[in-house]
Design a protein around this ligand. Structure first.
Ligand SMILES: C[S@@+](CC[C@H](N)C(=O)[O-])C[C@H]1O[C@@H](n2cnc3c(N)ncnc32)[C@H](O)[C@@H]1O
Length: 270
């Protein structure tokens, strides 16, 4: 089944048309309430609750800690300037900055942006769907910790990331550790009665992500698992509607291109 057909099979919900509104709902849901409180405190418990009651624990403590071996396995593959989309409390942006990368975190949550800046990482309170600095010039985009779910429609998110990257730029995404292709209405809650607003979210395993990415022109260039966390590296096609403007480019493609992605095992999922 094609990605688009599968999308329509999801209860007939017109996700594509709702995406912009979905983003606004997500911004409200992540920007306030239990998520903001958990980031300020540095710990959970915190969950994504599906509207059928199913709970997905959110690893706030890990997000608020330093970069782990799995995080570093992704960061080692970054090329040029790095945009961390949904940076949360900022451990990746801080680790990248400490390693000399030009990096920017964006997040709709003020608490996330404040924490990222406190760690020494540059961050903006912005949705990925808002106008962003360096559009069309980023060397690498990160969608880590399930952030491929942002907006609830992977086709639209992948298209947006494609606009943000330079031609041939790299997307590194963490996928779910199970073979899943799910969209659901969820809310963030603390398990003790505090809950945010409902918003659309998606969870994708590696095969599902590849099935969305390939028809959209992304080339899989790496696939690995570290500490039980699966990652995929996808390269954006080289043609672009953006005209290169090196003077204003946020991308620094000279020194750090072509890192380890070629050393990965071949991508087999489909
Ligand atoms: C699953 S958490 C990931 C946390 C993060 N990667 C970390 O290291 O802590 C999702 C993050 O994405 C942010 N987010 C949700 N919708 C967003 C959007 N449209 N644009 C940017 N960030 C968004 C949330 O505020 C939250 O910090």
């Amino acid at each position: 089944m094609s990605a688009r057909a599968r999308k329509q099979a999801w209860g007939g919900v017109a996700w594509g048309g709702a995406a912009r509104g979905a983003v606004a709902w997500g911004a409200v849901a992540w920007g306030t309430g239990p998520y903001a409180d958990a980031l300020r405190n540095g710990h959970g418990p915190l969950y994504l609750r599906r509207n059928d009651g199913w709970l997905l624990p959110l690893e706030v403590e890990r997000w608020c800690a330093g970069a782990s071996a799995a995080d570093l396995s992704a960061l080692r593959r970054c090329e040029g300037s790095v945009l961390d989309i949904g940076c949360g409390p900022g451990r990746l942006v801080a680790a990248l900055s400490a390693r000399g990368h030009r990096a920017l975190g964006i997040d709709v949550s003020e608490a996330a942006v404040a924490r990222t800046r406190h760690l020494g990482g540059p961050a903006l309170r912005r949705s990925v769907f808002d106008p962003l600095p360096g559009e069309g010039h980023w060397g690498t985009a990160l969608l880590i910790d399930g952030n491929i779910g942002i907006g609830g429609d992977p086709d639209i998110l992948l298209a947006r990331v494609g606009e943000l990257l330079a031609p041939g730029g790299l997307l590194i995404a963490e996928t779910a550790p199970v073979d899943i292709d799910e969209r659901a209405q969820v809310r963030v809650e603390d398990g003790q009665g505090a809950a945010g607003a409902l918003f659309p979210w998606a969870r994708l395993g590696t095969p599902a992500l590849l099935s969305y990415a390939r028809p959209a022109g992304w080339r899989p260039v790496g696939q690995w698992t570290c500490e039980g966390r699966p990652f995929v590296a996808l390269r954006r096609r080289r043609t672009s509607s953006h005209s290169p403007d090196p003077a204003n480019s946020a991308a620094d493609t000279s020194s750090q291109r072509a890192r380890n992605t070629s050393a990965d095992s071949p991508v087999t999922g489909s």
